[in-house]
Ligand binder design. Structure first.
Ligand SMILES: [Zn+2]
Ligand SMILES: [Zn+2]
Length: 250
């Protein structure tokens, strides 16, 4: 069967056979669970006529217990992450917690990113802050944003437009690729704890200033998450992130 990605349904988005994003709403955020629409269920390999079963949810190296359950009233399936991950999510997003509790609108709600590995019923979970993705300045000036600004002329309108575009691309890259360094696998949160939550640098595989003319950035192909060390090395060597792991092996 040929499947075209992304698949969107309600607050769920399937980006690839192995990556699924849930945009947190009030009930998912406060009560540690969510309904999974029919179109998305196959990602979790669960149907509404199957009995409840436990799943493992790995967040920053710690395994939490969750569950997949049939919805008694519906043909849908439900997922729960109440084994402690629900508390971590609330801890990480205190202002969103307050807003959800008060029933105030949350403009950019947190995202829950599920990655499926080879083992059945084991999912890696990453918490993505859309606020952080929107407010993170570029760390390495050679990358995306400044490169275009320099190219197009340094008026503030252009910089603002470019910044908005690059922030959207940055978020799209994190949604697709996650928060781990594609070169060495470093995970800031795993190493630094809450301090590292949501932190990653984004590297442009084909820097714009090396290209002729305007080109749309494809966040999946052109942007990759890298740790700060690997990012520096990439700019030092001008090697791609594909060749760096080969060097590390030698
Ligand atoms: Zn790295
Ligand atoms: Zn870079």
């Amino acid at each position: 069967m040929d499947i075209t990605y992304p698949i969107q349904s309600h607050s769920w988005e399937l980006l690839s056979p192995t990556v699924c994003i849930k945009t947190m709403d009030k009930s998912a955020f406060l009560y540690g669970g969510s309904g999974i629409p029919k179109e998305i269920c196959f990602f979790f390999e669960m149907t509404s006529d199957q009995p409840r079963r436990e799943i493992s949810l790995i967040h920053a190296g710690t395994t939490f217990t969750g569950s997949l359950e049939p919805d008694a009233l519906d043909t849908r399936v439900r997922i729960f992450w109440r084994g402690g991950l629900d508390i971590i999510i609330k801890d990480y997003f205190p202002s969103e917690l307050t807003r959800f509790q008060e029933d105030s609108p949350v403009e950019h709600p947190p995202l829950l990113r599920f990655t499926k590995g080879a083992e059945p019923d084991v999912f890696t979970i990453e918490l993505i802050s859309q606020e952080l993705a929107n407010n993170t300045p570029p760390v390495i000036p050679e990358d995306l944003e400044v490169a275009i600004a320099r190219k197009e002329g340094e008026t503030s309108t252009i910089v603002t437009t470019v910044r908005k575009r690059s922030q959207a691309n940055r978020l799209a890259a994190i949604k697709y690729h996650g928060l781990e360094c594609v070169v060495c696998g470093f995970n800031f949160e795993k190493f630094y704890g809450p301090l590292g939550q949501g932190f990653i640098e984004i590297h442009h595989v084909n820097p714009l200033h090396e290209k002729d003319g305007e080109r749309e950035v494809d966040p999946v192909k052109d942007l990759v998450p890298v740790c700060s060390n690997c990012h520096r090395m990439l700019h030092r060597t001008h090697l791609t992130h594909i060749t760096i792991p080969n060097i590390l092996k030698k």
